[in-house]
Design a protein around this ligand. Structure first.
Ligand SMILES: Cc1cc2nc3c(=O)[nH]c(=O)nc-3n(C[C@H](O)[C@H](O)[C@H](O)COP(=O)(O)OP(=O)(O)OC[C@H]3O[C@@H](n4cnc5c(N)ncnc54)[C@H](O)[C@@H]3O)c2cc1C
Length: 361
């Protein structure tokens, strides 16, 4: 693992995040935990050096997500949504947007989030776009509902997009205090409620030229805008969450050696997946299904199985509301619905229903 992740700053951050479970309350945004990430330099990890970032290589970045999510899934999940917004700004050709936003994002003065699932995974069966874009005098206007945005009430900037009548789409970085942008109340979730996730209503929201990050082009999310649904980052979060559970399971195993029959294979799968994630991050060419999709299917499977093994190992005590194992089971389900492309979901469903002809079944 990179020396940065082994540094005292990161190690003490991890200890702090793991020391107490993050609140699950919908009105308890983990501001102090995000502040701790900022103090440890984590907000700089994914940003270019010229804007004050640390520009970590892909493998270190993924390892960083994994160790963070093994300590606190909620905080790390919020970080990924902020980083997804940053990536769309970093990869933009719009130098005004890059220069005005990235330095303040790097030093934590600005917080951003992303609401782009309506262009990738949400509502793909619907005939009309969730957010319509129409040309205005010198930019565009967006109207509609962004179905999901994490922490939008705390964000200064929302990276989101819309579709024109000719089918082309655009992504923009819009200040959340812009007229017509209304962050709806967050929804109570099965888990991760303190991430304050919910929808955002856009009513004739003006998008200025300096705020347009990508497009208008057909299928803007298929351009190289910075990761996408089911990226390796999402898988590494699942593996990290499983690692966090395995830490607890190993503590239990110290008192109950019979558990090693179950804990050891899961630990081995986790280590193998880390290796696969590293290889996928370094590979440019492949044949057959995308390595990111293959890895995500396995990562989903690992986190779901590990949570259930932990619950079963802790028996009725683990089933009592408030026990860490029951929370882990709820949190593991998140990976079936978050940023999960259809081929990954179908593969997971086949595994769950055992209709696959593969050796996994
Ligand atoms: C906790 C959480 C946080 C999230 N945070 C963010 C975020 O910060 N930013 C972001 O961009 N996204 C975010 N997402 C969105 C996420 O990545 C997925 O896009 C989302 O979970 C997909 O679910 P959906 O209900 O929107 O899917 P949809 O496909 O819209 O499904 C909704 C409903 O439509 C019906 N339906 C689905 N498919 C069909 C079909 N083919 N035919 C007929 N009916 C159908 C079903 O009844 C289904 O329940 C978040 C999601 C969660 C759960």
């Amino acid at each position: 693992m990179s020396s940065l992740l082994e540094s005292e700053a990161v190690q003490s951050l991890l200890s702090r995040l793991a020391a107490t479970p993050c609140s699950e309350a919908i009105d308890d945004w983990p501001a102090d935990r995000l502040q701790a990430l900022n103090a440890a330099g984590v907000m700089k990890w994914n940003l270019p050096g010229q804007f004050g970032g640390l520009e970590l290589d892909d493998v270190t970045m993924l390892d960083g997500y994994r160790v963070l999510s093994s300590a606190c899934l909620v905080t790390t999940f919020i970080l990924t949504q902020r980083n997804a917004a940053c990536q769309r700004i970093v990869t933009s050709q719009n130098s005004d947007a890059r220069e005005s936003l990235l330095p303040e994002l790097a030093d934590g003065r600005l917080f951003a989030t992303v609401g782009i699932s309506h262009l990738t995974t949400s509502g793909q069966h619907l005939a009309t776009p969730a957010v319509r874009a129409e040309p205005s005098e010198d930019g565009f206007r967006l109207s509609g509902v962004v179905p999901w945005a994490t922490g939008a009430a705390y964000a200064d900037v929302l990276v989101t997009g819309g579709q024109l009548t000719d089918g082309r789409q655009l992504l923009a970085a819009i200040p959340t205090d812009r007229d017509g942008l209304h962050v709806n109340e967050p929804v109570k979730l099965m888990a991760l409620s303190s991430s304050q996730t919910g929808s955002v209503q856009l009513t004739n929201v003006e998008v200025r030229p300096e705020e347009i990050l990508h497009g208008p082009v057909p299928a803007v999310m298929r351009q190289a805008t910075g990761g996408g649904a089911g990226s390796l980052g999402t898988s590494t979060l699942a593996v990290g969450a499983a690692d966090g559970m395995l830490r607890h399971l190993r503590t239990e195993m110290n008192r109950r050696p019979d558990l090693s029959e179950f804990v050891e294979p899961l630990s081995k799968s986790s280590a193998e997946l880390v290796d696969q994630i590293h290889r996928a991050a370094l590979s440019d060419h492949w044949e057959g299904p995308s390595p990111a999709e293959v890895v995500r299917r396995q990562a989903n499977s690992l986190v779901l199985r590990t949570a259930q093994v932990w619950l079963a190992a802790t028996k009725g005590a683990g089933y009592v509301a408030g026990h860490a194992a029951e929370r882990a089971v709820r949190e593991s389900m998140f990976f079936l619905v978050w940023s999960c492309p259809q081929p990954v979901l179908s593969a997971n469903l086949r595994e769950l229903t055992c209709v696959s002809h593969s050796a996994d079944c």
